[in-house]
Each structure stands twice: as C-alpha cells, then as structure tokens.
Ligand binder design. Sequence first.
Ligand code: NAP
Length: 310
Amino acid sequence: MNGFTTQKRSRPYTIDTTLLTHPAQQPSMTDETTIPTVKTDDASIPAMGLGTWQLTDQTAYDAVSAALSVGFRHIDTAQLYDNEWAVGRAIADSDVPREEVFLTTKVDPTLTTREEIESSIQSSLDRLGVDHVDLLLIHWPNPLADLETVMATLSAAEEQGYTRHVGVSNFGVDRLDRARELASVPIVTDQVLFHPFHPQRELLNYCQREGVTLTAYSPLAEGAALSDDLLGNLGQAYDATPAQVALRWATQHENVVAIPKSTSRAHLAENRDSFGFTLSRSDHDHVTRPSLARTARLAVGSRLRDALPG
Ligand code: NAP
C-alpha cells in the first residue's frame, strides 16, 4: 500500500492567520495536578484530553493554547470540525514540544474509497502542520462504506508512519469486533458517548476485557451534568464541582479516557484537578444512572443545533 504521497494539497478552507492572536503571556500553571495516562498493551493515552467540537478559528486556537498551558497533553479534533488548522497552529505556537502532545483526528465518514480517505489524511496532516498524528479514527460507521477498505486504509496510514495508532468512533460491540478483525494493526480506542446517563456497560465490558481504551466523548453530557442535583450534592462531600464529579466518574473506570470540551481556562484547570479525588465505590455506583430519555433528548437537541456530527 503506497497511496500516500508527500505532496501538499490545497486546504479546503483557510483562516487568516493574521487574525490569530497569540496567547497572552499566560500565568504558568501553579497548582499542578498531573493528568495520568491510561496504558494498555497497545497504547498510552493521557486520561483527559481537550474536545474541540464546535470550536473554530480563534476560539479553537485559544482553547487549545489554554489547555496546553494548564497541563493538558491530549487534543481531540476531526476533519469535520473545521478547526484542524487552528488546533495545529496553537500546538505549534505553544511551549509544549510536539512529541509531548497526543493529537487525535478523525476521518470524515462520508469518504468511502481508499483514495479519498488517503487524500483526506494527507490534508489533515497538512492543515495540522504535523508529519503524523498520534491517533487516527474513523469518525462514524458508514453503512455505505466497505469497512474492510476503511480499516485497511487506516492500518496502512499507521504502517507508513502517518499516525502512531488507529481507532474507531461510534462503533458498537459487533462493529468494533469486526473492525479489529479487519485491521492489520491494533484498534486502540473506540470513542463514544459516555457519561453518567449513558454508561455504555456492554461496550465498556468488551473494551476492558479486550484491552481497548474507551474514549468518553461529551463526558459532561454536553453540559447537562452540570445542573444535575445528585452530582452537585455528592460534589459537596468531595469539595468538588458537578463537572469534576462527572469527569472523575468517567476516568475512574478502568481503560477510560475522557475528552471534555472547554473554552474557559478556569474550567480547564478544574477538569484537570478532577484527578485530585476519588469517588467511593458506592458514590460511583450512585452516579451511574442510565437514562435513555435523557441521552436521546440531549443527542437530538445538539444535532438540531448543529447539523455536523460531533
Ligand atoms: P462536553 O465536553 O460534555 O461539554 C462541554 C460543555 O461543558 C461546554 O459548554 C463547556 O463550557 C462546559 N464545561 C466544560 N468544563 C466545565 C466545567 N468544569 N464547569 C462548567 N462547565 C464546563 O461536550 P462535547 O463538546 O459534546 O464533548 C466533548 C468532546 O467530545 C467534543 O468537543 C469532541 O471533541 C468529542 N465528541 C466526539 C464525538 C464523536 O462522534 N466522536 C461526538 C461528540 C463529541 P465552557 O466552554 O464554558 O467551559
């Protein structure tokens, strides 16, 4: 497989870099809660990353800059987020060496041929300004795409050094299992919706058994966790905010990594500091409240707000 070229492709969109303000001399991190790493046989992934869905241009640049300055070393983007360029620029402008940042992007799931997918990966690297990413995911399963072709192309990207790892997103157990059979490299993660109202028990069990990391997206239920009474009440006992309780709930699961989004430096520091306490077993169990109704309401609401998939 040698379809990848080093040829630069034109960007499908541009942003005016002169509009990007460099981060002001930010105070350096004082309260250093270090974000731990989730290790499996196949990959080591910082247990919390910054999500960037719906953040574009300067907002994306500022969020990534702030996240890196408070100690985040894992950034999640996607071809469909229209922000790879700003994300890459923020990483390049930061004081953090590129090799210390775990950078994920996701392939547009509407691309079905090997050539289209390869070309999109080249374009992502070009926009991000890097020669490889750390993790490359297929963003959603596409019933119109041949999964064998998709997994072969992602595997080839890893084998040729364009990504250190590959994975999938929004795959259920059966599809994840099939993807693992078809890939010639390990599938290191399945990035899925995961929060106290959608605890993904079947998939989590599979991932834990098989040594696959589950990456929890929308771990704050797109903000809905923040106003949840139980999280608020429990948080008081731990001197923690509802957001911290929701995030700690996620990251206390074996093999789970969380990627909350935030544009606020204070929230980013708060999210990082969620590793500073541990929920008791019974409190952890109490937080787990599967609710199809709450999950569906959120999903429908956000998809109507923004036609792009997260
Ligand atoms: P989320 O992380 O669950 O929630 C984000 C919201 O929570 C923002 O409004 C943010 O506001 C707020 N927030 C964050 N930390 C907070 C804190 N400590 N206190 C109070 N509010 C806080 O939502 P999400 O963006 O849907 O999910 C996270 C990431 O997952 C996405 O950005 C994306 O990278 C990924 N994702 C992937 C998929 C997929 O299909 N693979 C789908 C959805 C999402 P502030 O900015 O004010 O902090």
